[in-house]
Design a protein around this ligand. Sequence first.
Ligand code: NAG
Ligand code: NAG
Ligand code: ZN
Length: 277
Amino acid sequence: MLPWLTALLVLFVSSLYFPFHSNSHVLLDQARSNASRILLLTAHPDDECLFFAPTVLALREHPAHPEIFSLTLSIGNAAGFGEVRKEELSRSLDVMGIDQDNRWVVDHPMLQDNMTLEWDASVIAVVIAPYVVDNHITTILTFDTQGISSHPNHYSLPFGAWDLANILRAKAPEPTSFSVPRVFSLVTVPLLSKYAGVLAPLSSRMNMILQRVLNRFTQSDGNQQAVFTSGFTQYVTAVRAMQKHTTQLEWFRYLYVTFSRYMWINDWVEVKSLGKN
Ligand SMILES: *[C@@H]1O[C@H](CO)[C@@H](O)[C@H](O)[C@H]1NC(C)=O
Ligand SMILES: *[C@@H]1O[C@H](CO)[C@@H](O)[C@H](O)[C@H]1NC(C)=O
Ligand SMILES: [Zn+2]
């Protein structure tokens, strides 16, 4: 029993200390891996550090050196703090290491921060098109259709990104001569795992080891899900970025950064089709 417990403890501590990533290449443009240009598409100032920090911080250190961009589709004006929140976002992105020339915030009348408002996919597609095309974006990273927190602004985003990808695909004269971005969604996990916080890296690492063992038996390549996990340093960076959002620092945010899985782990799946009925 004791050796097992010791092994578990070592695994636990090491999984907190070292960041680890599995299938990270899935997100990169493999043929031109040095030329990956990755856009993080968010809805509000603070999404970048509350949900996406493990990925952004991992990509920043990735050996393929992808260029990282950030596009936020509202200034988060639901409570009237929009102008201040724009500044907070800028300071947060400074902490997360996204270049000043690579980040934008949009304030569009049809894309306003609102808890009850779904954003129109075609409006999103039109608004993001120039940023994607002009910057030769190869990969768009955004929420999935559950939006982590079920915020309608969040879960509208994959539909908009997918819409744009389809428009560009239809326009591309031939697949190789025109960059059609691939779209990836951050996976919304069930409620209980969402607040596993610091335990999440452990269970994720166990899962990966198990997966590797299973793959050996089944000769498969495993799933094509990319996972980014923060180590302690990255976690602290994400918390520092969150602290720049001073208008958002209410007591429940502290609970969130303490217990949320998304402060430690991001799982990604590629969007291959999306339809709204
Ligand atoms: C990317 O760049 C590195 C260093 O410049 C080089 O060693 C590597 O082969 C390049 N990879 C590709 C796929 O071009
Ligand atoms: C949010 O949207 C709803 C429905 O469109 C609207 O009635 C409400 O006034 C909006 N709230 C804010 C804060 O803009
Ligand atoms: Zn948000």
